[in-house]
Design a protein around this ligand. Structure first.
Ligand SMILES: [Zn+2]
Length: 99
């Protein structure tokens, strides 16, 4: 089931199909909070791009601390990433790789 990425409401409707380099993406609009969003393909739910997550995870593999990763993403991309998100990504992608 598709739900709003912001307020988690299932009351959404398909808005458009957006084309980008990686193919087509469906865009939905939430009837609750009016936010536009793209349903997750495993990455979107994090509200961060694949690249950022990959960088963060790679840094963690190389034994950087959570604080260092947070700072790095902020300096380089101006991103506000919490330590919790990074831990979440780690858990999530470890699970995936073990399957
Ligand atoms: Zn919403």
């Amino acid at each position: 089931m598709i739900e709003c990425s912001k307020c988690k409401s299932p009351d959404v409707k398909r808005h458009a199909v957006r084309k980008n380099n990686s193919g087509e993406k469906e865009v939905f609009k939430c009837n609750e909070c009016s936010k536009f969003f793209t349903p997750d393909d495993g990455f979107n739910r994090f509200r961060h791009s694949r690249d950022e997550i990959e960088i963060a995870l790679k840094m963690r593999e190389n034994n950087y601390s959570l604080a260092e990763v947070v700072e790095y993403l902020k300096d380089l991309y101006g991103l506000e990433v919490t330590r919790q998100s990074i831990l979440y990504w780690e858990r999530k992608f470890k699970e995936k790789n073990q399957r």
